[in-house]
Write a protein that binds this ligand. Structure first.
Ligand code: PBG
Length: 334
């Protein structure tokens, strides 16, 4: 029999939320430890574990402690680490010469990790700032950041890291043309298997403050706005990503993450490459500070932040919460 008229049936979306098991079945996005990259700050010395006051729970580690740390990271199911060096002031100069030293802190760290935990993916940062007496990501001349003179410095740094065994080199400097320049240098050195994870849409953000404390890498003069992006822009991010893809990037990144979900979403739609997002030091510090005051539940706030970043379209999330998240992930599954 056919109804005489259309009937309006009450719609009840709450049916799919009524129990934990139904919610498990209908959940659209799930972050797992396999999505995460754990950033590690490395420093010279032996048996050094230095606290960073603006990043509670995160330490600078000396090279001899890296193997143990990385075994723990791999044991938690986290597939990758990203290394950042704290370089002493006497090794800094205007051309970041230390950054291409094959026996420098990062190449040594990569070799140490690769021999102790070969299955762990190692990502190295390519930028001048930790090695530069000016604290900028590019060469400074008469107060300007000069693009093309920076490229060979970045390429030498990337080759030194790749020769040491880095799986991905990750240019975070935002100079024009650096992805193609670095790709060619790697290929010419026979390093065709080393990938490039491009910090393609990296914004000039107030949320990098704690990271610069950790590495003592803040610019000595001026700011980074002539190379990092204006946070008001999103079309420009698309342009940067498309250029990096054309130049040979294997993975593209948006940074920071949580305040840039719209950017992640746009980037996801314009490239088929894996998209990474960096949940940066300031985003870490905000949650830590509020949790320390008892104003938010730390674990819940972290899960929500990381899930939102993945929901927006990130395949890979760099986060200082990687270990903490993965520990509670394992507990909640057991
Ligand atoms: C350096 C670099 C920065 C970060 C990653 N690589 C700082 C900057 O650009 O000033 C920030 C990471 C964070 O805040 O967690 N090129």
């Amino acid at each position: 029999m056919t109804p005489k008229k259309f009937i309006s049936i009450p719609k009840r979306p709450r049916r799919n939320r009524r129990s934990a098991s139904v919610r498990d079945l209908t959940r659209e996005t799930m972050v797992t430890p396999a999505d995460l990259v754990y950033p590690i700050f490395v420093t010279e010395g032996k048996n050094v574990r230095e606290a960073i006051s603006s990043m509670p729970g995160i330490k600078r580690l000396s090279l001899d402690l890296l193997a143990k740390e990385c075994r723990e990271v791999a044991g938690l199911g986290i597939p990758a680490v990203a290394l950042f060096p704290k370089i002493s002031d006497r090794k800094k100069d205007s051309l970041a010469a230390e950054s291409k030293n094959p026996r420098g802190l990062i190449p040594r760290s990569v070799r140490e990790i690769k021999s102790a935990v070969p299955e762990l993916t190692v990502i190295t940062d390519v930028a001048m700032d930790p090695y530069s007496s000016d604290g900028h990501d590019g060469v400074v001349r008469d107060g300007q950041i000069v693009n093309d003179e920076t490229l060979p410095v970045l390429a030498d740094m990337a080759v030194a890291q790749a020769k040491a065994g880095a799986d991905y080199v990750a240019p975070s400097d935002m100079m024009d043309g650096r992805i193609g320049y670095i790709r060619r240098a790697l290929d010419e050195a026979g390093l065709t298997d080393t990938g490039i994870l491009a910090y393609s849409a990296k914004y000039a953000s107030a949320y990098y403050g704690p990271f610069r404390d950790a590495l003592d890498s803040a610019p000595k003069a001026g700011d980074k706005k002539s190379y990092q992006m204006d946070y008001a822009n999103v079309r420009e991010a698309v342009r940067e990503v498309l250029l990096d893809e054309e130049e040979g990037a294997d993975i593209v990144m948006v940074k920071p993450a949580g305040l840039y979900l719209d950017v992640i979403m746009r980037i996801r739609a314009v490239t088929e490459l894996p998209v990474a997002a960096y949940h940066v030091s300031g985003e870490y510090a905000l949650i830590k500070a509020a949790a320390a005051k008892g104003w938010v539940d730390e674990d819940a706030a972290v899960r929500e932040a990381l899930t939102a970043i993945k929901r927006a379209g990130a395949d890979i999330i760099f986060t200082y919460f990687a270990k903490a998240f993965s520990r509670s992930f394992q507990v909640s599954r057991s």
